[in-house]
Write a protein that binds this ligand. Sequence first.
Ligand SMILES: Cc1cc2nc3c(=O)[nH]c(=O)nc-3n(C[C@H](O)[C@H](O)[C@H](O)COP(=O)(O)OP(=O)(O)OC[C@H]3O[C@@H](n4cnc5c(N)ncnc54)[C@H](O)[C@@H]3O)c2cc1C
Length: 500
Amino acid sequence: MAFFRNLSKFSAIKASSTSRLRNADPFVLSSFTWLSYLSTRISDEKIEPVQCSGLGPTKPHEKPRVVVLGSGWAGCRLMKGLDPKLYDIVCVSPRNHMVFTPLLASTCVGTLEFRSVAEPIGRIQPAISTEPGSYFFLANCTGIDANKHVVHCETVTEGIETPEPWRFSVSYDKLVIALGSQPSTFGIHGVKEHAIFLREVYHAQEIRRRLLLNLMLSDVPGITEEEKRRLLHCVVVGGGPTGVEFSGELSDFIMRDVRQRYAHVKDYIHVTLIEANEILSSFDDRLRGYATKQLTKSGVRLVRGIVKGVKADKILLDDGTEVPYGLLVWSTGVGPSPIIHSLDLPKAPGGRIGVDEWLRVPSVQDVFSIGDCSGFVESTGKPTLPALAQVAERQGKYLANLLNKIGNGGGGRAECAKDIELGEEFVYKHLGSMATIGRFKALVDLRESKEAKGVSLAGFFSFFIWRSAYLTRVVSWRNRFYVVINWVTTLVFGRDISRI
Ligand SMILES: Cc1cc2nc3c(=O)[nH]c(=O)nc-3n(C[C@H](O)[C@H](O)[C@H](O)COP(=O)(O)OP(=O)(O)OC[C@H]3O[C@@H](n4cnc5c(N)ncnc54)[C@H](O)[C@@H]3O)c2cc1C
């Protein structure tokens, strides 16, 4: 109640200043009002919180507003390319940074620091921090009313002393849905409760803490042999690039750092990679064979199996095998998240949000969707694109140019772009795939598909290409610098093993 009382005081102050502003300029409210709309209704004695309103429709003297849902690869690349002279940009996302996912696995074992892979949004698009009509809202989108051009949001409070999250809405002239995907668990019992996913920085932090905790617990006096083996058994489920890269990082960590710094338990720690089919199925036989050989050499145990259930201390496979574990990382691909399922918008095969050739959501005005959450509607005849950063990034870049073109052509406002010539449709050309496998080795396949002709390499030189390629893709010079410093520090001094 105290919280709402304070909020009401704040609202009352805001309300009086708002009325002054209203007298001064009937249009001046827009950037201001959303906080004052976090209002309370004050009756004689009782103060009742009411639903806040948020950012209303843009006024004629204001810039049109692009609302971007999500701060991942797609949303951030889009915001970077949007012209802030044409649009006010409002981003709604539960995290205020973009995660450079290709290097995330390296942070789990301390090869890189967490900050090196997180890029603040204000650096990607400075207008968000400086322009009066542009904002970042730390919130989840909970719904979209495409007819009214409004998105509904709820703040992320993460258990901080707030009675409940605040709800607000934001009107848009153009809406870009870039909400990504969520890890697939295939409904397997116990995965959500006991496994750790690898998608966000906080996942990597949890993995690092658990790994170091288990290493230290296994060293205490009186612990049984069996428990020691369980604690130090790291299991990765899913043999795609993420699962393989993480297994490679883990085996490097064990071979170099654990052997030196946890010599008492070095013979107990093991990595098992469980995959239902082939590992790295997107690579050709030769590269897959190379990866299998290298991983096995590094001590990674490859197990072909289907997980049927997960308990707090063991995994159950379909052949009845029980696999005890101390750390379980789940990386079996992604699918649409509940918010995507819940949106009343056209869908592509697989449940993603359907888009046309220009990444517009058909049958609604001014709504676009990019990245992992979107797919071409069946009528386009185009296949669903893979859930990859290179797809998301290029869609973001394409859409930024398209929206700038629309804005320059006078179609930036809601319902105003019907007569604008859109130009070329979005075309995706696959640039190839890369994956590290540990021990300074990587796979690089620069072909459009594994059947096509072109360059495909494996080994140290590929590792060098992998590192150089991703270093150039890191968004800012600041983080590029961090990454290089982290790599050099790790090479010279080993990984950081403090459990902070
Ligand atoms: C560990 C790892 C390694 C990878 N390596 C590679 C690689 O080497 N090469 C490659 O091409 N791809 C790689 N990928 C895949 C790549 O990261 C994804 O394809 C890419 O992130 C998709 O971008 P996106 O913007 O669609 O989604 P994301 O980057 O996932 O962003 C989604 C955004 O939406 C936000 N969001 C979620 N729900 C809500 C909500 N309700 N309201 C508001 N915001 C919300 C999220 O917080 C996030 O900011 C990797 C992925 C992982 C996890």
